[in-house]
Design a protein around this ligand. Structure first.
Ligand SMILES: *Cc1c(COP(=O)(O)O)cnc(C)c1O
Length: 382
């Protein structure tokens, strides 16, 4: 039998037009922040109902700058989920705050919105929900709490650009949303991220923080009409997006809804094939109106140990991802938050058993059939 090629769990879908745009950018003589970033930001703004869009080097940069822009200060508490990529917690710490964790609802794998209020203290400044795997959190409940307790909301939408809550796109309503364009995410710019907000003061602060605290964009400074002089209004970072990156984004964004449609087809086919298997727990849909972006398809193993499962799938030439181990078990967070693994039992248990099956827009039906056959072989000797 000839060996089938390795099937990764994620793969970016880059069109020829996107690739040619990068080449055109390289040939144009302007490869860092410039006209292509400005165009991409305009497209992102349009996609999110005309809100401000600020392109950045990553979502990690976006989360950190969003928290700095709301004026987070030493000791302020930010409520978030333990089941996330560690960047969510790291940026809270880097912005001077303290992550306060609230356990997940094991059915949706999102933060359990009914448990947030009990975690609010006089020091709480913000809630940072993560729309895990592309499934929006209960944003009616979260924004009601934010209003009642006068809190900011920074939505970690790294998995969720293109998802909808109650008929509205994430980022097109609410306070501050942060998108990721890492190659594994729903659309990519190589590396990259964006903040979407309608708060003009937050947008202006991020604009300065992302580029050295300079109060005018570099592009304007170097055009013929722009003045050469600038002012520095605070010590800023170097978190700008390059035109080479935006060249991809300009072609990815118009394809996003199509990518999600294909992801949804594949996810539904996984659910159909796997729903009665006693070897797996599948994530379930909440009862509020939403559109899932299906960034990840993440069943939990019930009968097999995860390392053994991942190795067995690898032997089948199939890549399986791990999103995520619960963050509160990592040594820095265990020590500095003073939490024990069993303090968040659902996140702990899900984080020990979860796997991400291959799911990406260019995945074929045959490739998915291969995954399902290998799952049967590995999990049920079938
Ligand atoms: C990927 C990811 C991030 C960070 O995104 P980058 O663009 O890689 O910085 C943050 N939060 C979550 C939940 C993620 O999955």
């Amino acid at each position: 039998m000839t060996e089938l090629p390795f099937l990764p769990f994620a793969k970016p879908a880059l069109s020829e037009a996107a690739i040619e745009e990068v080449v055109a950018c390289l040939r144009s003589g302007w490869i860092t922040t410039g006209p292509r970033v400005a165009k991409f930001e305009g497209m992102l703004a349009d996609y999110h109902g005309g809100r401000r869009a600020l392109a950045l080097s990553s979502a990690t940069a976006g989360l950190q700058l969003a928290l700095m822009a709301i004026g987070l200060s030493e000791g302020d508490e930010v409520i978030t989920t333990p089941l996330t990529f560690v960047a969510t917690l790291n940026t809270i710490v880097l912005a001077g705050g303290k992550p306060v964790l609230v356990d997940i609802d094991p059915a949706t794998q999102n933060i359990d919105a009914t448990k947030i209020e009990a975690a609010i203290t006089p020091k709480t400044r913000a809630i940072m929900p993560v729309h895990y795997a592309g499934l929006p959190c209960d944003m009616d409940a979260i924004y009601a709490l934010a209003k009642k307790h006068n809190l900011r909301v920074v939505e970690d939408c790294a998995h969720a650009i293109g998802a909808e809550f109650g008929g509205k796109g994430v980022g097109s309503f609410g306070d501050i949303a942060v998108m990721s364009f890492h190659p594994n995410k729903n659309m990519t710019t190589g590396e990259g991220g964006a903040v979407i907000t309608d708060d003009a003061a937050v947008a202006e602060k991020i604009e300065r923080l992302r580029f050295h605290g300079i109060d005018r964009s570099a592009f304007n400074r170097f055009t013929k009409t722009g003045s050469q002089e600038y002012d520095v209004v605070l010590p800023g970072y170097k978190y700008n997006m390059m035109d080479m990156q935006a060249a991809l984004g300009i072609h990815q964004l118009p394809e996003l809804d199509g990518f999600i449609a294909r992801r949804t087809e594949l996810a539904q086919r996984y659910i159909e094939a796997l729903k009665d298997w006693p070897e797996l727990d599948l994530p379930t849909a909440p009862d509020y109106a939403h559109k899932h972006a299906w960034h990840l398809f993440t069943p939990r193993l019930k009968t097999m140990e995860r390392d053994a499962f991942m190795n067995a799938m690898k032997a089948e030439n199939i890549g399986v991802g791990l999103h995520y181990q619960a963050t509160h078990i990592f040594s820095w967070y265990r020590e500095h938050l003073g939490v024990a693994p069993e303090d968040f039992p659902h996140a702990l248990s899900v984080g020990q058993r979860i796997v991400s099956l291959p799911l990406f827009p260019t995945m074929t039906d045959d490739e998915q059939a291969r995954v399902i056959n290998s799952l049967a072989k590995v999990l049920r000797n079938g």
